[in-house]
Design a protein around this ligand. Structure first.
Ligand code: HSE
Length: 328
């Protein structure tokens, strides 16, 4: 299977490092970062590209753009891992449309396009008989989409509750455990590389709300948007509020919640008992699904990170290889 990769941030590098380490039968024939690109239908030398990026050099020629790679490289699936623009979804939406229009499968970790243009992109994928997969957009390494699609495929999903933002969870954990101030904990989360480029997206609950929109549209196809999410962040929470919760054997977590039959779609800080399954520590994410047959299922795992997110992308790629691409 041949792939092209657009975006050489930590997720893009994590994917390439994984492909160097593991022989998965995936050949990379096109790569682009924000300044350059390279194409080779026989397979790009990934260690050289990774070493160039590590040393601050571009991944290829400045004369080759991301669009050139998407339009001209010889690939079966595009890996679109450019930074999220949650307001416009661009340029990622354009990249994805171009690849789907060329009848190429697309795997993305980019939340913007899926939250903003899901219906249109899904329609385009269907029209062109290719797959659009986005496991990495919600909760990093946790295989939520695969679980919904396969393990729980015979179930009706009544609702879901989750910790979908690692940065907020890290801040709340550190404030409660170490008595750090909000600013100190946020600074630590940024140093760990978990926070969005603009961390207000994390702490005001926007990132969790985007993930909730992606999940709701995937499960219920109900056409909800960010505007439909009732949202309160953690940016106004005080250390005193956390201390008071702790005194009652509880703690505070930013919980994303969707229950269509009650018209609930919200992200809010909630006081919950410390032994509740959603009380996960640090940057972990957790998601409880309420279903008719399996009843309650809770998934817990790393919500972000270079290799952890690559795990979700590789899972999508191998799914496409096994279900859509003739193996050679
Ligand atoms: N900023 C996000 C988080 C990264 O903290 O969960 C993963 O989407």
């Amino acid at each position: 299977m041949r792939v092209a990769l657009i975006g050489m941030g930590s997720v893009g590098r994590g994917v390439l490092e994984t492909l160097v380490k593991k022989d998965l039968g995936i050949v990379v024939t096109g790569i682009a970062d924000s300044r350059s690109g390279c194409m080779d239908s026989t397979g790009i030398d990934l260690p050289s590209v990774l070493s160039a990026k590590k040393n601050g050099r571009p991944c290829g020629s400045p004369d080759i753009s991301a669009t050139d790679v998407i339009k001209n490289a010889d690939y079966d699936a595009l890996i679109e891992v450019t930074p999220t623009n949650a307001c416009s979804g661009e340029p990622a939406i354009g990249y994805i449309k171009t690849a789907l229009g060329r009848q190429k499968h697309v795997v993305t970790s980019n939340k913007g396009p899926i939250a903003l243009a899901y219906k249109e992109l899904r329609g385009l994928a269907q029209k062109n008989h290719v797959a659009l997969r986005y496991e990495a957009t919600v909760a990093g390494a946790i295989p939520i989409m695969h679980t919904l699609e396969h393990g729980l495929s015979g179930n009706e999903i009544f609702g879901l509750y989750g910790v979908l933002n690692g940065t907020c969870n890290y801040i709340l954990t550190r404030m409660a455990a170490e008595g750090l101030t909000y600013d100190q904990a946020l600074m630590e989360a940024r140093e760990m590389g978990y926070a969005e480029a603009d961390p207000t997206y994390d702490v005001q609950g926007i990132d969790a709300a985007i993930k909730l929109v992606i999940l709701a549209n995937t499960i219920w196809d109900n056409g909800v948007t960010l505007d439909n999410v009732e949202r309160t962040g953690i940016d106004l929470l005080t250390a005193d509020a956390l201390r008071l919760a702790e005194e009652e054997g509880c703690t505070i977590r930013l919980i994303a919640e969707a229950i269509p039959r009650k018209n609930i779609l919200r992200v809010t800080p909630r006081i919950i008992e410390k032994n509740h399954p959603l009380v996960v520590e640090g940057t972990l994410n957790a998601l409880t699904l309420e279903t008719d047959l399996a009843k309650e299922i809770t998934l817990i795992g790393k919500g972000a990170g270079s290799i952890e997110t690559a795990s979700a992308i590789i899972g999508d790629l191998l799914f496409i290889r096994d279900h859509h691409v003739q193996r050679t």
